[in-house]
Design a protein around this ligand. Structure first.
Ligand SMILES: C[S@@+](CC[C@H](N)C(=O)[O-])C[C@H]1O[C@@H](n2cnc3c(N)ncnc32)[C@H](O)[C@@H]1O
Ligand SMILES: [Zn+2]
Length: 270
């Protein structure tokens, strides 16, 4: 295991029964029954339940597991395999309920995969479904992984701190970042905004990394009524939409919705 202690930053070692992580200063972290570790000490929490709520996680789980985003997951697996990472260590930062981690694990079973999210509800769900990968509750502001221990970071709509990305990645480290493309969820946004404008997709930069590739990737889905509601619940539109708008979306049977993603790859500067 490549974990660092979130309190003193020393390396954590797994005890002989595999149920506890412990550092040289004797800070201890028990494995939860779903198999994950909670490496977010109370003193680092900015709210009682940081990250996505249980309701958002369940909506995302219901929606994603119907495979509407499968083409994106396949594309990510293809990008990872093109980088010939072999049995490299990959971190899914802000992994949510773990959909992309599971898809990557299936496509590339040899990778050493770590999933991390600040939402405990998300990690409970992710770890419960994937016993091969390592999951922990942690913040991207202080990633509890050892220096230079990660070969690739996958970041799908999740926050990150440049200095932490630079610290945990190895010398040939890679970041694969997914952001909404200009027309992402356009037909849902039409219900909510008087005038829908294209998302600005000006390339994000990460200190210490060079952009090496950018792919725009779009397709259209036609979710069932239940999944259209789940899609609304798992996005920030859930709070932006008023009651009338929510009802109108719920009544829009067979609505075709454009999905549009920008996938950027970055390589660590030498
Ligand atoms: C839009 S969701 C994306 C989840 C997942 N990557 C997916 O696409 O299904 C963003 C995720 O980032 C998590 N998150 C928010 N702030 C975080 C932080 N500081 N550190 C780690 N995760 C964070 C949320 O709990 C949520 O699960
Ligand atoms: Zn410690």
């Amino acid at each position: 295991m490549k974990y660092n202690c979130p309190i003193c930053s020393g390396p954590l070692a797994l005890n002989s029964n595999g149920k506890q992580l412990c550092c040289a200063k004797n800070h201890q972290f028990d494995r939860a029954k779903q198999g994950y570790f909670n490496l977010l000490p109370v003193q680092h929490k900015k709210s009682k339940e940081p990250g996505d709520s249980k309701e958002m996680i369940l909506a995302r789980h219901d929606f994603l597991n119907a495979d509407y985003y499968r083409p994106l997951a396949d594309k990510l697996a293809q990008i990872v395999s093109e980088h010939q990472l072999g049995n490299a260590t990959l971190l899914d930062l802000g992994c949510g309920e773990g959909y992309y981690s599971r898809q990557l694990r299936q496509a590339l079973p040899q990778i050493d995969l770590y999933g991390m999210d600040i939402s405990k509800a998300a990690v409970v769900k992710a770890a419960g479904q994937d016993k091969e990968s390592q999951y922990c509750v942690a913040s991207s502001d202080k990633i509890p992984l050892q220096d230079a221990s990660v070969d690739a970071v996958l970041k799908v709509y999740a926050p990150a701190k440049d200095s932490e990305l630079a610290r945990v990645t190895s010398s040939h480290g890679l970041i694969i970042s997914v952001m909404p493309g200009p027309r992402h969820l356009w037909q849902l946004r039409e219900f909510i905004y008087d005038e829908v404008i294209e998302h600005n997709t000006q390339n994000t930069t990460f200190d210490g990394f060079d952009l090496t590739g950018s792919h725009q990737f779009s397709f259209t889905i036609c979710p069932t009524d239940r999944h259209r509601s789940a899609l609304l619940q798992m996005t920030p539109f859930a709070w932006k939409a008023n009651l009338d708008q929510t009802k109108a979306i719920e009544a829009a049977h067979h609505l075709s919705i454009e999905l549009d993603f920008v996938i950027n790859c970055y390589k660590k500067q030498v």
